[in-house]
Design a protein around this ligand. Structure first.
Ligand SMILES: Nc1ncnc2c1ncn2[C@@H]1O[C@H](COP(=O)(O)OP(=O)(O)O)[C@@H](O)[C@H]1O
Ligand SMILES: [Mg+2]
Length: 314
């Protein structure tokens, strides 16, 4: 088996004042593979993405190892990171309107990353290619961002992310600003591009139901930790962790019209206010004092998965 393109080892992101957003994350991602990173808002998903991009907020610090093709991104200085960002690792952001320059036509925005990386020869041709590939009609290539629909703007951002031919693509809640039909189309496009171009795709979402079937593997995160991970097919048919089970039960798609949406009871604690043991202990229907006090052991689940939960102790 080939080496993973991305190997994340014991990633920790501190926010200052003893608070931490990510508290020991391990995962790997191979070329051509889609990994969905799932968890409620406040779980540390975006901090994980920003650590990979080298774009954490001022006060935040990342520790651990982020190996991209064997090179530790956390050891690179800003100049070296700039060379990787947009070229080998690209991010599709959450908010399509604020991420686009309102004063630049679509085609030129897509040429921007190519210019930034000195790939000026054939930049326009390349921009046209990726815009065609993401399915933006040619009549829109000279439009301004405000003339586009939300789905079209998100396609422009995907084209921009693809322009330099990255090997790792991170999409952080790429469809949260879109209507349900555009959401599905954009996610299908990302999954297709991942397969077709052999990208390693990290698909981040708070909505397990929306992304799960488009991913090869799922990583369920809460409180800056991995709760459960495994093959998407296995994890969906037999979720082992009470948190994954609660997320699945709370899927909006399962509620019929007029019914109250099931939600996981309780609030996501702020960073720095997690219990010492399992982050979910305070909200878990099955949790007891040991769950609050002691970090749970990792149990193997199915053929390829694991879950961190005291209830799964043999
Ligand atoms: N810019 C920031 N400065 C300080 N804390 C932040 C910042 N952004 C997010 N946080 C905190 O970090 C934790 C993880 O947030 P985040 O990674 O954005 O979660 P998610 O993307 O899963 O919703 C939360 O407690 C959040 O309040
Ligand atoms: Mg986020």
């Amino acid at each position: 088996m080939s080496l993973p393109l991305l190997l994340v080892e014991d990633l920790r992101v501190s926010l200052g004042n003893g608070r931490a957003a990510v508290r020991g994350l391990d995962f790997e991602l191979r070329a051509g593979e889609t990994l969905a990173l799932i968890g409620e808002s406040g779980s540390g998903k975006s901090m994980t993405a920003l650590a990979l991009m080298g774009l954490l907020p001022e006060a935040a610090r990342a520790r651990g190892r982020l190996l991209l093709a064997g090179e530790d991104l956390l050891k690179l200085n800003e100049a070296a990171l700039c060379k990787q960002r947009g070229r080998r690792i690209a991010l599709v952001p959450q908010e399509p309107l604020s991420a686009l320059n309102p004063l630049q036509r679509v085609l030129h925005q897509v040429m921007l990353p190519l210019r930034m990386h000195g790939l000026t020869d054939g930049a326009e041709q390349r921009a046209r290619e990726v815009l065609a590939r993401v399915g933006l009609p040619e009549s829109r290539w000279r439009a301004w961002p405000h003339e586009l629909s939300g789905g079209q703007r998100q396609r422009v951002l995907i084209a921009q992310a693809l322009a330099c031919g990255p090997s790792l693509l991170i999409a952080d809640e790429p469809t949260s600003a879109l209507d349900p039909a555009s959401q599905r189309q954009v996610l299908d496009l990302l999954a297709e591009l991942g397969r077709e171009q052999g990208l390693a795709l990290l698909l981040i979402s708070h909505d397990l139901g929306l992304v799960a079937r488009r991913a090869d593997r799922l990583l369920v995160m809460y409180g800056g930790r991995i709760m459960e991970q495994g093959l998407a097919s296995e994890l969906l048919s037999a979720p082992a962790h009470p948190y994954t089970q609660a997320l699945l039960a709370a899927r909006p798609g399962l509620a019929t019209r007029g019914q109250v949406l099931p939600a996981i009871p309780g609030q996501v604690p702020a960073a720095g206010q997690w219990p010492r043991g399992c982050p979910f202990a305070g909200r878990c229907a099955l949790g007891d004092q040991r769950c609050i006090d002691e970090a749970p052991p990792r149990a193997l689940v199915g053929a390829h998965g694991s879950a961190d939960c005291w209830r799964l102790q043999a």
